[in-house]
Design a protein around this ligand. Structure first.
Ligand SMILES: [Zn+2]
Length: 122
């Protein structure tokens, strides 16, 4: 399956796009290394470095090179659907202004626990 088809199936399941940069602000990419707060359900790389994601992985590389829900061009290596949320830029509705914007840099709904729709497999 192409990464684009998998990406669109993610949207059909209720998942959002995620970006390593602010599309409007041109803010510096997320060059910091991944932390447990930024990958709460998939954080397995402790000091022993025995987890799925290698220790020292940069957040920007996680989003651009590994995640199916990357909202920009996806390389062939982008095959991951995490279990939970991932920190990055994503579209959201501001609860105060009601404005739909891309400027949120929080944990986005790009993993299995963010799926709101289910396919009936009968
Ligand atoms: Zn998308």
């Amino acid at each position: 399956m192409s990464t684009t088809a998998a990406h669109e199936l993610g949207h059909a399941q209720g998942l959002d796009d995620i970006y390593s940069i602010d599309l409007y602000g041109g803010v510096t990419p997320l060059d910091q290394t991944v932390t447990s707060n930024w990958l709460p359900k998939d954080w397995t790389s402790g000091p022993a470095n025995n987890g799925y994601y290698q220790l020292g992985l940069r957040e920007t590389d996680l989003i651009k090179e590994r995640l199916i829900m990357n909202g920009l061009n996806r390389p062939k290596s982008a095959l991951d659907i995490p279990n939970g949320t991932v920190y990055g830029f994503h579209w959201y509705t501001d609860p105060i202004t009601g404005q739909y914007t891309n400027s949120a840099c929080t944990n986005g709904k790009v993993g299995v626990d963010g799926a709101t729709n289910t396919f009936d497999d009968r």
